[in-house]
Design a protein around this ligand. Structure first.
Ligand code: AMP
Ligand code: GLY
Length: 422
């Protein structure tokens, strides 16, 4: 089977490595991929925002199955284009990817169908947003750009003044580009965050094991929001009781609502949840695998990933089951110092051969025959063990063996979950 994976991060590397374990023999192309994946897949250097070129390549290479993972191409309709060219795809079509592409759409859907989420109001005019803030007396408050903003479109304002500044920055100065012309202002939720990724064919939904994402740049959950500095799975806050509640009140209702709206969602539906004292609530939907969540979830997956992806795409998940190992996984992201802001690249990466199987590559390239840094998030180090403590220790032992100039990583991935691990 000829497979094409779209994307270039640790998430895509994790998917590719897992597919390679499948019973079915596969030839995998990755567009554009990175040199760190070259052992498992053929990297094809095409700009993935150029849908036409991607489709042309897929036809030329006789691709049987395409897996589209990043948010931008999904929201732009890459799956629609590939499917019209007759290529079977994993990933939602454009009218379903809107669940991530527009926060206003997602909030309105949840309100219409009674899916628990933070109370909110939406604004398209700056004056109305500013006026709304003057009437508020509870802070913090959360402001979100409607559209995609590279995972950065959320501002938590601690006071009226901060909220006013944020509104002006988003709606007038356009710090998040056109994405911030429309905004959501919502209630601040406190509690524990849990990420739950699911496979859904638009009717049946199969949750994967839960995870905890460490989004902030610095230890102790301080500093700027990033794409994710590390993850653990499973998430100890996500009990069986909570899982049951989510299935009944959040997961299945979301899939049913999308079907009802004529927006059947096929692919990986990601639920960003806050476990509040009043129960779990949706913080956000993503229309794709999370990164680095995928890097801890897939190593624990015992079922055949390729079969699950194909059943999702073909609408035949109904009789499928999904099995995970009872072990624990930890992923520590090794980044370039300065990420998520300015950083230098082009530094040689030194990796002992014996730890290569624990690595998913992201921001790397080849330069004069050597592997060098080429991005903010450079690679993910993953370890699996019988308990969380050991998984964390193993990850950091490997991290210590990997060297490049300006390397940066958080020292506390998984720590806050340790006391809770049951
Ligand atoms: P999002 O891009 O929607 O995931 O938001 C990024 C991060 O902002 C989330 O992971 C949360 O940590 C935080 N956040 C978003 N919405 C809320 C909310 N309503 N209450 C508290 N924190 C939030
Ligand atoms: N790690 C969060 C995301 O993939 O959006």
């Amino acid at each position: 089977m000829n497979i094409m994976v779209i994307g270039s991060g640790g998430r895509e590397h994790a998917i590719i490595k897992k597919i390679k374990e499948s019973k079915q023999s596969t030839k995998i192309y990755v567009v554009p991929g990175n040199i760190g994946m070259a052992k498992e897949a053929i990297c094809v250097d095409i700009d993935i925002t150029n849908l036409e070129n991607v489709v042309a390549f897929a036809l030329n290479a006789k691709i049987d199955f395409a897996i589209v993972t990043p948010d931008n191409p999904l929201v732009q309709g890459m799956v629609d284009r590939l499917e019209s060219a007759g290529i079977c795809c994993f990933g939602p079509i454009q009218n379903a990817a809107i669940l991530e592409g527009s926060k206003i759409f997602a909030k309105n859907l949840m309100q219409k169908y009674g899916i628990p989420t933070a109370k909110f109001a939406t604004f398209t005019e700056i004056e109305k947003a500013l006026e709304y803030i003057t009437q508020l007396d509870t802070f913090p408050i959360v402001l979100k750009a409607d559209g995609l903003a590279l995972g950065k479109g959320v501002i938590i304002a601690k006071s009226k003044q901060e909220a006013n500044t944020a509104i002006v920055e988003m709606m007038q100065d356009k710090i998040f580009g056109e994405s911030g012309c429309k905004i959501v202002i919502e209630e601040f939720l406190s509690g524990q965050e849990v990420s739950v990724l699911t496979f859904t064919d638009g009717k049946t939904i199969l949750p994967m094991i839960s995870s905890m994402d460490f989004k902030r740049a610095l230890d102790g959950d301080a500093g700027l929001n990033t794409g994710g500095m590390g993850t653990i799975a499973p998430n100890p806050y996500y009990t069986e009781e909570i899982a049951e509640y989510c299935m009944q009140h959040i997961f299945q209702p979301t899939v049913d609502a999308m079907l009802q709206e004529g927006r059947r969602f096929k692919g990986c539906l990601y639920f960003g949840l806050m476990i509040t004292k009043n129960g779990p609530k949706v913080i956000e939907y993503n229309c794709r695998f999370g990164d680095p969540e995928t890097q801890v979830i897939l190593p624990l997956l015992k079922s055949d990933l390729l079969a699950l992806l194909l059943h999702t795409a073909n609408g035949t998940l109904e009789n499928c089951t999904i099995e995970f190992s009872k072990q624990h996984a930890c992923c520590v992201i090794m980044a370039s110092k300065g990420y998520p802001q300015k950083y230098q690249v082009g530094y040689e990466i030194d990796i002992p051969q014996e730890v290569e199987e624990n690595i998913y590559f992201a921001g790397v390239k080849e330069q004069e025959g050597k592997l060098v840094t080429n991005g903010g998030r450079v690679l993910g180090v993953i370890a699996v063990a019988d308990n969380l403590q050991e998984a964390i220790e193993k990850s950091y032992e490997i991290v210590a063996k990997i060297n490049f100039k300006e390397k940066y990583y958080r020292k506390d991935i998984g720590k806050k979950a340790l006391n809770l691990e049951g």
